[in-house]
Design a protein around this ligand. Structure first.
Ligand code: UD1
Length: 432
């Protein structure tokens, strides 16, 4: 006889039970971009006025960032798809380790805190499963703007010496076009004395979104979306009411859901320029994509094998490598996928193999031989995008796939199962 009973659902592991093989149809809506929303929230530290962000996705990462900002003294009000942040009484310069540890994007606080207060102490975010994720470029850039930075006992401490404790604009050449470093330095430079030029900057759409917000707050930024960004520092920035761009990675995942189920599906809203490399690859696979100016309709029948290599924007995004591998596992022929951004981002291969995929890896390259049919199995998403890849594979598989690792999925996808179910999928959230 069992001696103990599990008293609450919280002790159980949530999972998605996907009954595969259903065609999708109709339209699915894309939420606001997680990676924009997180950095835009941190930008609220740049002003004492109120910042209202619209088109905010409902994600656990957004809740985590709100907790971090609240711990610094930011007043936060949240609605269904908006958040209002006001940093007029900052009470702390150091977010607590427990909160930072669970959210890498929390390191974004260092740039605006330093620019506004002249001092910041942020615990190192540490590595994560997909790679080491250093912050060397962020630190190098802050030093170029006049900060003294030390790293001791796992905490990055930065202070601006001199009267006024204000950063000074400068020229920064990034060794690699890091998205996080570019964004940290843009926020720092926005309140520095004089002009800052960031060379070899990241060109991702989220960088352009941040530039748009800084401009809406009264700042001056040129060149975002190109490798050279110029920021003219202002004495003060003011509040703004700003709309987050649609999530290009979620849009790509939903287009892949249409492709892997060989369906016709409209995904909206999409900014096609944000997904250029992904759209090209889907077309190379044989999918038809029709852009109607607001959304994209994908029609998929036969899927051909293609090769792809991840690159900084405008190249193929590393965040869609795992989801695209699920599609190619069902393609006709052999594909070669190379992950060139993160050193440990092929962990989904093992779980795809459990579902019958024929994949071999060598270093950071996966050789994918398409199979006629994946088969449902219990699998675990080892990180956010790996979890999405498992959901996609489950949509196409024979029988039932149960996907665990939803703590990762829920960080970055706003109601993925609800959206897919509304388009004809059969996905249930259960507790195992
Ligand atoms: C951001 C995205 C993440 C995406 C990644 C790459 C957010 C919140 N996250 O992460 O979803 O997968 O961009 O598109 O926006 N690097 C260094 N030194 C540094 C910083 C980075 O060598 O100081 C390297 C990293 O090890 C990695 C590459 O640069 O190999 C890209 O990293 P980076 O662009 O910084 O990614 P994140 O901003 O962390």
């Amino acid at each position: 006889m069992t001696a103990t009973l599990i008293p609450s659902q919280q002790l159980l592991v949530p999972q998605l039970e996907i009954c595969g093989g259903k065609k999708l149809e109709g339209e699915v809506r894309v939420s606001g971009a997680k990676n924009s929303a997180l950095v835009l929230m941190a930008a609220s530290l740049l002003t004492e006025n109120s910042l209202r962000l619209r088109n905010m996705p409902a994600l656990s990462d957004i809740g985590g960032m709100a907790d971090i900002l609240a711990a610094l003294g930011v007043q936060i009000e949240r609605g269904s798809d908006w958040v209002e942040l006001q940093a007029n009484h900052l009470s702390h310069i150091s977010p607590p380790y427990e909160l930072v540890n669970s959210l890498r994007a929390s390191f974004f606080c260092i740039g605006p805190l330093l620019a506004r207060l002249g001092v910041a102490r942020v615990p190192l975010p540490g590595g994560c499963k997909i790679g080491a994720r250093p912050v060397v470029e962020h630190v190098k850039g802050l030093k170029a703007l006049g900060a003294q930075v030390t790293i001791e006992h796992g905490v990055v401490s930065a202070v601006v010496p001199g009267r006024g404790h204000r950063l000074t604009g400068g020229r920064i050449h990034l060794d690699c076009p890091s998205v996080g470093a570019t964004e940290t330095l843009m926020m720092a430079a926005a309140l520095a004395d004089g002009e800052t030029v960031i060379e070899n900057a990241a060109q991702e759409p989220e960088v352009i979104d941040l530039a748009g917000l800084i401009i809406a707050m009264g700042g001056r930024v040129r060149g975002a979306g190109t490798p050279t960004i110029t920021i003219v520092g202002m004495e003060k920035l003011h509040g703004a009411n700003y709309m987050v761009i649609p999530d290009r990675i979620e849009a790509g995942t939903l287009l892949l859901a249409g492709a892997i189920t060989r369906s016709s599906l409209r995904v909206t809203p999409v900014i096609p320029e944000h997904l250029g490399a992904v759209i090209s690859k889907l077309e190379e696979c044989g999918c038809q994509l029709n852009n109607d100016g607001i959304g994209i309709t994908i029609k998929a029948d036969r899927i051909n094998a293609v090769d792809l290599r991840t690159q900084p924007f405008p190249g193929f995004p590393t965040d869609l490598q795992a989801p695209f591998m699920s599609l190619l596992a069902t393609a006709e022929g052999s594909s070669v996928i190379t992950e060139a951004i993160f050193e440990n981002r092929l962990q989904h291969v093992g779980d795809l193999q459990r579902m019958g995929a024929d994949i071999r890896t060598q270093g950071n390259t996966a050789f994918v031989e398409g199979v006629a049919q994946l088969s449902g199995a219990p699998v675990t998403g080892s990180d956010l995008r790996a979890a999405a890849a498992m959901v996609l594979a489950g949509l196409a598989a024979d029988g039932t796939t149960s996907v665990q690792g939803l703590q990762h999925l829920d960080r970055g996808y706003d109601n993925l199962e609800g959206k897919l179910n509304a388009a004809g999928a059969s996905i249930k959230r259960t507790y195992a």
